[in-house]
Design a protein around this ligand. Structure first.
Ligand code: HPA
Length: 249
């Protein structure tokens, strides 16, 4: 793909297994040294830009967050020529102002996951690799998403701490209180190690999060998949509007 045209990667999470408005030129079944990505890469155009779309949980959605091969996903996108990635993640809300079906542009992560392969640099190393991760998300992509949201008049919360839990179960109420005390605003299961692998691969990466439920214990209700689905349905159109405006810019 050696042209100088930027190539955007979009990693779609729960509720975004495909983008209907993506004009797909090629569906690429690919392998990496880390194994196969979650789904074939859909390579095409969106908002006039070259885009490589990957369904994080597979197409159809069947891979739970703790079983996603994050290394294969990031490596497959890199091999396809992607140099910047927008990750779409469904999250629960801890912060009272981040209401279900609203959008959040997180700027920080706390990683509570365990047992996931957290690095490309594990074996046969000449020296240990410690990437800087002070600011886990790309400020230039966050700027682009911010401008896009303003252009299409979609409200979103600018900044927030994404707590990444192991899943696949949801949290207990006490765990959510602890995450809040730690400074977390939203909780999800897929930010990590995806974000740090993108950093190791030197790809610009940012997250556009869609709130799909109040986190455990934030209301007196139990969290149902039906509620999650209806908040996804209510918000995903706005996610797509922002994505398309961002790529058009
Ligand atoms: N917790 C963890 N992950 C999630 C949630 C949640 O409440 N909602 C969507 N992903």
């Amino acid at each position: 793909m050696g042209s100088s045209e930027p190539v955007w990667g979009i990693i779609g999470g729960t509720g975004l297994t495909a983008i209907d408005s993506l004009e797909v030129d090629e569906t690429l079944e690919t392998e990496t040294v880390w194994g196969a990505p979650s789904a074939p890469l859909r390579i095409g155009r969106l908002g006039g830009r070259k885009v490589v779309f990957l369904a994080r949980h597979g197409d159809p959605h069947r891979i739970p967050p703790h079983r996603v091969n994050y290394r294969a996903n990031i490596e497959a996108l890199r091999q396809a020529g992607v140099d910047r990635i927008i990750a779409v993640n469904a999250v629960g809300s801890i912060h009272p102002a981040m209401t279900p079906s609203s959008l959040v542009l997180p700027d920080q992560i706390i990683d509570y996951t365990w047992g996931r392969a957290p690095s490309f640099h594990e074996e046969n190393l000449e020296h240990a690799v410690h990437v800087d991760f002070t600011w886990p998300y790309s400020e230039s992509i966050r700027d682009a998403l911010r401008a896009a949201a303003a252009e299409v008049d979609v409200a979103f919360r600018d900044g927030g701490v994404y707590a990444c839990t192991q899943g696949p179960r949801l949290e207990t109420a006490a765990e959510i209180r602890r995450l809040e005390q730690d400074g977390s605003d939203v909780v999800g299961m897929t930010a990590m190690p995806e974000a740090v692998l993108a950093r190791e691969a030197e790809l610009d990466y940012a997250c556009l999060a869609l709130v799909v439920n109040w986190a455990a214990g934030r209301t007196s209700e139990v969290i149902t998949m039906d509620d999650i689905r209806s908040n996804l349905d209510a918000g995903i159109g706005r996610v797509l509007q922002v994505l398309e405006a961002c790529l058009r810019a």
